[in-house]
Ligand binder design. Sequence first.
Ligand SMILES: C[S@@+](CC[C@H](N)C(=O)[O-])C[C@H]1O[C@@H](n2cnc3c(N)ncnc32)[C@H](O)[C@@H]1O
Length: 248
Amino acid sequence: MSPDLYDDPEFYDLLHAGYRDDLAFYRGLADDHGGPVLELGAGSGRVTLALAQAGHAVLAVEPSPAMRARGAARLAAAGCGERVTWIDADMRGLDLGVRVPLAIAPFHALMHLPTLDDQDAALRAAHHHLDPNGAFATDVFVPRFGAPGAAGAPGAVRAERLGDGDLFLWQTHDATRQVVVTEHRWDRVGDDGAVRRRRATLRQRYFQRFELERALRGAGFARVRTFGGFGRAPVTDAATSWVFLAHV
Ligand SMILES: C[S@@+](CC[C@H](N)C(=O)[O-])C[C@H]1O[C@@H](n2cnc3c(N)ncnc32)[C@H](O)[C@@H]1O
C-alpha cells in the first residue's frame, strides 16, 4: 500500500503546480462576499495563498499536519502568513464559534468524505458557519470512467513527464461504492544511475451532480446553483468540473 498523497505535500504540490483553473473563481467570490473566508480542506495552501494575496483573511481548516505545515510555510514565504489562521480540524462537525460571509471547499475536498453521514456533517458545518447572507462554494470532478484510453479504463496507465522524472498514473474504479483510487508513481534517475520511485495513493468518493445538489439542500442551503466549470457556464456534457454555489 502506497502512502496517502496528503502525507507527501511536496509531491502533491508538484502534481498540481500548474493547476490554476479555480483560483479566479474563488478569489472573485471572496472579493464579492468579503472575508474572513472559511476554507475547508485547505491543503498546502494553493487557494489559500491566492485569497491571502488578494488581501482576504482565511480560516484554513486542514487535518493533515504535513499539508498544514507546508501551507503555513508557503504563506509565510509569500509574506502574507498573518492573514491566515491554520486550524487543525476535520470539516465534519466543525464548530469554530464564528460566522463568516463565505465558506469554500475547493479542488474536490468534499470527495474525501466517504459516507453520506460524513458528507452531511461537513455540509451542515459549512452552513452553520455562514452569515445570513453567506455563500458556500465547492467543486468536484465530473465522474467519467472506463472510456478507452482514459485513466479510469481497465489497465490504462497514463504516463507523462513531470519535473525531472516520469509520472505514471492509473485508477481503479468501484462503481457500486462510487469510489475511485488513483495510484501515482514518479520515477527519477539519480546521479548514481539508480531509479528512485515516489509513490502515493489518492482515494476519492465521487458525486453525481444532483446527489450533491440534494445534499446541499438537505444541509439547509436555500439556493443551489451548479455550473459546468469555473467560468460559471451552464452544465453541459462537455463539463469536466461541476462547480456548486449555494446560499444560506
Ligand atoms: C484535494 S486537496 C485540496 C487542497 C487545497 N484546497 C487545494 O486546492 O489544493 C483536499 C484536502 O482536504 C483535506 N481533507 C481530507 N479530509 C478532510 C476532512 N474530513 N476535513 C477537512 N479536510 C480534509 C486533505 O487533507 C487535503 O489537504
